[in-house]
Design a protein around this ligand. Sequence first.
Ligand code: GTP
Ligand code: MG
Length: 370
Amino acid sequence: PETITIQELANRMSERGVDVIRLLMKQGAMHKITDVIDADTAQLVAEELGHAVKRVAESDVEEGLFDTPDLESDLVSRPPVVTIMGHVDHGKTSLLDAIRHANVVSGEAGGITQHIGAYQVTAPNGLPVTFIDTPGHAAFTAMRARGAKVTDIVVLVVAADDGVMPQTIEAIHHARAAKVPLIVAINKIDKPDARPERVRTELLQHEVQVESMGGETLEIEVSAKQKLNLDKLLDAISLQAEVLDLKANPTRSAEGTVIEARLDKGRGPVATVLVQRGTLDVGDLVVAGAQWGKVRALLDDQGQTRQDAGPSFPVEVLGFSGTPEAGDRVAVVESEARAREITEYRERQKRDQAAARGGSGRSSLSDMMS
Ligand code: GTP
Ligand code: MG
């Protein structure tokens, strides 16, 4: 059944919560402002207070939360968001680490070796590039299935001594399905048995035609181990980004996606969020999946606190009441009541789905016994 909190009902009517409570009390029901009442009761209350009521479907709870249009004139360039994919052991993590450390000001490098889900570096042209360390292809697929398109460019890592392998092919298919351009990083070229030419030919068999073979896919030979050609890779990413002409409106309220989240003993739920549109500010009310919170602090990938985070910026967000899930979309809402309404709705949806699954299980069992 449809429900609404008294606070939210009062907000929508621009009435005071106490007046709604008083009216309900006259009808013999005692309530607190945070209580939920059913839609029929809410309609009676609204009409009693002289408001016209338009009942909407429950799915409209999410109405206007995401993807509301921006004015063309509000759009400005934003950094590309890059995901590194490839076969097991081909050097994805090594490459991410190498790029990050090559970019970290010397002297600071010591303490910054812990795993992080997303970070930003500066390309040789001076523009920032955001990297996401997806835990694997499964997570990438899950994110896509939930409508979260987080990545603009996929860097496909192929080890020159091993060549195209099953997960290389999988990654090509993922990128194609998501309509995201590929840049090929032929890694481990320092190895004596490296055969980059073979990689190019094998890629061709999967309809990836690299530049040196007359195609359009950018390719760079790199060595994560020897930090070879990392600048060239960043250049290629910047070039590809230029072609994509990536833009976002930084002036609206923020939207983004949870890249990873965990419960920290001291700090509570910590979510790494990629901001995709708008600017996230300390103090904003946010929802992510079935969780909400008031942003208490924002931290960049170096652990420095920030006041805000604009498009394509990855930040750790502190202040969620519970731990959201990777792939959850993040939105800023205008009131705590709206945050509660949305997350309670989603919580209810989760419960209903679980109940439906449990329910069907029971009925099939009782079918069998009858
Ligand atoms: P998974 O996360 O398990 O899929 O692996 P990965 O793709 O992240 O590979 P990882 O970075 O863990 O590297 C795998 C192995 O290859 C490690 O032993 C690295 O040291 C080695 N390696 C990575 N890059 C290079 C390189 O450029 N040259 C050489 N010689 N070895 C490399
Ligand atoms: Mg790895």
